[in-house]
Write a protein that binds this ligand. Structure first.
Ligand code: GLN
Length: 294
């Protein structure tokens, strides 16, 4: 009798190691990428398991009341819902940012752009055009010593996320404004006093390419945050034309670009009269950031 109970307990037992291994198998079957880190993030989210626990306590029993919720999360991931949407946050520049279906999930690639701006932003007034979750302007404000920042986005729902992130990071020198690109600056002279830096990671995927992206991206990132219209360059043209009006004389424009836009975007900027247009590569050796002076 005792033994049977023991055996049953063993069968139903959910240890760190057994749950980890089961989930790895499930994710392999549906070809999820970066399985190890994805499983560990889900286990941390649901059970509070830390990376060190896999080494020190692999046979530790997990809280059984959280198991159903864990399986729900695993199934969502198998349905290709991005992990960041399941756990409601992502890490960017070493900080947690809340995300949901109304904002583009901040990408590791975008840290390249932030790092470039951090080198030149001390004491500056910075505008982040198409701010989304606010990840760019908020990390610049948190890690650099900017004077003040403004983040603009067309989506009020995205701005709700950005404002929440601002609060979580206790930042008080950044303001978020709803506007279709530069409209609000044109209409309100009080907002439009010279910026030292205008930074942007605008939507830059050509419409026809979106269908070919991973399911996580094309079905869950907001379409308007991806869509750079016909040739992907729609927003760069607007930014290039308009940013000049709102930059101070020594102002800098800093843009993230797609890996194949290292010629087209500089061309647009040069045609609009920008000087010193330089392209920087990311860690994979792909063109990723463009800086230009007015
Ligand atoms: N600026 C935000 C980011 O980099 C949103 C970008 C976008 O919506 N295209 O994550």
């Amino acid at each position: 009798m005792e033994r049977k109970r023991e055996e049953r307990k063993k069968d139903n037992s959910h240890t760190i190691k057994s749950v980890y291994c089961e989930t790895v198998e499930k994710f392999k079957n549906v070809e999820i990428e970066e399985i190890d880190s994805q499983v560990k993030l889900l286990m941390e989210h649901c059970f509070g398991v830390k990376p060190i626990d896999y080494v020190l306590n692999p046979d530790k029993e997990l809280e059984s009341q959280n198991y159903d919720y864990y399986i729900e999360c695993v199934n969502k991931r198998c349905d290709r819902i991005p992990l960041q949407h399941i756990i409601g946050k992502t890490n960017f520049m070493g900080m947690d940012f809340s995300v949901n279906e109304n904002v583009l999930i901040p990408r590791f690639d975008t840290e390249n752009l932030v790092e470039k701006v951090l080198k030149i932003c001390e004491g500056k007034k910075v505008l982040d055009m198409c701010t989304g979750s606010g990840c760019i302007i908020l990390s610049i404000a948190k890690l650099g010593k900017i004077k003040s920042g403004i983040g603009i986005d067309i989506s009020e729902k995205a701005l709700e996320v950005a404002r929440h992130n601002k609060e979580m990071l206790s930042i008080d020198n950044v303001e978020f404004l709803q506007s279709d690109m530069f409209d609000i600056l044109e209409k309100n002279p009080c907002n439009n006093k010279g910026f030292d830096i205008i930074v942007s990671n605008p939507p830059y995927i050509p419409t026809g390419e979106i269908e070919k992206l991973m399911r996580e991206v094309k079905n869950h990132d907001p379409f308007i945050a991806l869509d750079g219209k016909e040739d992907g360059l729609f927003f760069y043209r607007i930014i290039s034309r308009e940013a000049r009006k709102y930059l101070v004389e020594s102002g800098v424009l800093a843009l993230e670009i797609g890996y194949d836009q290292g010629e087209s975007v500089p061309q647009i900027l040069k045609a609009d009269g920008y000087k010193d247009v330089r392209v920087y590569k990311d860690l994979s050796g792909l063109d990723r950031v463009v800086l230009a002076n007015i």
